[in-house]
Design a protein. Structure first.
Length: 119
């Protein structure tokens, strides 16, 4: 259930191998073959972004255990420095990490908030 829950977020990491869609449901063939273990969820956000706080709230609910999931969740949150505002938690290292995902996943833009699952 945990891996299927996160597939609804849209883009799936290159390691997950989504093979097709069936009646609007993403079919993830790797969910059956992945060993049991935590699901890695990475959030890229910024204090200068109006919608980042909503994404951070959602992920804090995951950490708190508000959802009944089949697998434990490991959440990492990175504040990027490409928004132009003053964010004391921002780092260019996290921006570089987000750019690497954008290139690896062949995404067209660097918007935030962005969630990467099992990256």
């Amino acid at each position: 259930m945990g891996r299927r829950l996160f597939s609804c977020l849209g883009k799936v990491s290159s390691s997950s191998g989504v093979q097709g869609k069936n009646n609007g449901t993403v079919v993830d063939s790797s969910a059956a073959t992945c060993p049991d273990g935590p699901v890695l969820v990475e959030l890229f956000s910024s204090q200068g972004c109006a919608t980042s706080s909503e994404a951070e709230l959602l992920l804090s609910r995951l950490v708190r255990g508000d959802y009944q999931l089949d697998a434990p969740v490991l959440v990492l949150s990175y504040h990027v420095d490409n928004m132009g505002g003053k964010d004391p938690y921002a780092s260019s290292k996290w921006t570089v990490r987000q750019k690497a995902y954008v290139q690896a996943l062949k995404i067209d833009d660097m918007f935030i908030p962005r969630v990467v699952v099992q990256g």
